[in-house]
Design a protein around this ligand. Structure first.
Ligand code: ATP
Length: 431
């Protein structure tokens, strides 16, 4: 990492931890390496991203996207048929002098390659067992992706929803990978959240839908406030493609250490449905009434990371500027995505001002995420709201008692304007 970007990374991590976005897991016991808990603001931000994702993938009347929420623990047969038991591994090397293990393609530059063992394959799935008796039949795995939960429910959704292709099934939730080299804060963790869509279409339409999803997903990242210049597309070369994919394009983000994956969009063809059909003996075909034939639909998969998107958003929104000769730290979150959208700040703790603040909160909280902040000086409270990325603050002062107006302060321009309390809902609804 270059010096300046290393500094940015460290600052983002510091504010995220000190302001309640992300905490080290088990911190009172010294923490667990590369495991994180999401605090109050992190949860709000994560939920906003997930909701926005769901809203966006559903905004096209031409196609239906059906949600599922599938089990983390599935039958081991699922992972046998999907190829994960045989293939889901990374090459691992040991550093002989220290015993440290690294993913073969992620060995730090300062390590002498002569000190490394030959690469060995290491399966990334976490193994556990179910039931009181531990034997080979009780072995199960924590899912390493949400995608397979969709494929094994393809027939269930088709039948119960009377789905017609092209249509998609979307799954969001935790996945687990025993990553050899986790790190860079929440970029790569062993437990993380994914948001995946499997989109089922006819083979003849695969390129059209592939392009559709690449474009749509790229636009979405911009719509949540990630700048154009920090995003790019990168197509996988033939030797990089996963065993199930005929084409993959990654949406990459410019992380503080350089470009890296944010989401992968893959053409998985008929690989998964035909593998599960063969292994389970169940008919997973689709009846195409136009051509009067049974087909296995082709699958286009936009597979994104929810927690990784949150991290990208923290990095791209972090900013500092100079205000009255002091440095102001802020997250420039978009109004729609910010954990808290409007901070309500009574100038003093006097009952009358608190009462007006509560009334304002009652008016706004049905439509917006609001917070009343009463402690410390108004300057410190502005600073704190800036630091957590709150786009607007409303200040309730003694004039408010006389004329029922309040001051709205814009986080980015720091402009202040006086607005009647009765106009507040309209003001924020127009943003
Ligand atoms: P990478 O090359 O970074 O290991 P991948 O190609 O294995 O990622 P996919 O299997 O395509 O990742 O998973 C889809 C998305 O899930 C990724 O684009 C990423 O956003 C997210 N993801 C994958 N692994 C992790 C992880 N260990 N921690 C956080 N997010 C992850």
């Amino acid at each position: 990492m270059e010096e300046t970007n290393k500094e940015l990374f460290e600052k983002v991590v510091k504010v995220a931890q000190s302001r309640g976005f992300v905490f080290n897991a088990s911190s009172i016991y010294g923490g667990l390496r590369s495991s994180y808990d999401y605090g109050p603001l992190g949860v709000l931000l994560k939920n906003n991203i997930a909701n926005y994702w769901w809203k966006d993938i559903n905004n096209d009347n031409e196609i239906s996207i059906f949600p599922v929420d599938t089990a983390i623990i599935q039958s081991s047969e699922v992972w046998k048929a999907s190829g994960h038991l045989a293939e889901f591994s990374d090459p691992m090397v040991d550093h002989k002098p220290t015993g440290e293990r690294y993913r073969a393609d992620q060995v730090p530059d300062d390590i002498d390659k002569a000190d490394l063992t030959e690469p060995r394959q290491f399966n990334l799935m976490f193994e556990t067992s179910i039931g009181p008796v531990q034997n080979e039949n009780s072995t199960v795995y924590l899912r390493p992706e949400t995608a397979q939960g969709i494929f094994v429910n393809f027939e269930n959704v088709l039948r119960t929803m009377r789905a017609k292709i092209p249509f998609g099934i979307a799954n969001i939730g935790k996945s687990f990978r025993n990553e050899i080299t986790p790190g860079q804060f929440i970029f790569r963790t062993r437990e993380f959240e994914q948001m995946e869509i499997e989109f089922f279409c006819k083979e003849e339409d695969e390129n059209r839908w592939f392009d559709y999803w690449v474009k749509k997903r790229m636009e979405w990242y911009k719509s949540i406030g990630i700048p154009d210049t920090s995003l790019r597309l990168r197509e996988h070369s033939d030797n990089e493609l996963a065993h199930y994919a005929s084409k993959t394009v990654d949406i990459e983000f410019l992380y503080p250490w350089g470009w890296g994956e944010l989401e992968g969009i893959a053409n998985r063809g008929i690989f998964d449905l035909s593998s599960h059909q063969k292994a389970s003996g169940k008919d997973l075909s689709y009846f195409d009434s136009e051509n009067n034939e049974k087909i296995i639909p082709t699958v286009i998969e936009p597979a994104g990371g929810l927690t990784r998107t949150l991290f990208a958003l923290l990095c791209s929104s972090y900013d500092e500027d100079e205000v009255n000769d002091t440095t102001r730290t802020l997250f420039r979150f978009d109004f729609n995505i910010a954990p808290i959208q409007i901070g309500i700040l009574p100038l003093s703790k006097k009952d009358e001002l608190i009462e007006i603040s509560n009334n304002i909160k009652n008016i706004l909280q049905e439509s917006f995420r609001t917070e009343i902040d009463v402690t410390q000086s108004i300057g410190k409270r502005y600073r704190r709201q800036d630091e957590i990325g709150t786009p607007y603050c409303i200040t309730v002062d003694f004039d408010s008692l006389e004329d029922n107006t309040v001051t709205i302060r814009n986080r980015d321009s720091m402009d202040q304007q006086r607005v009647a309390i009765t106009d507040l809902l309209g003001f924020f609804s127009d943003i």
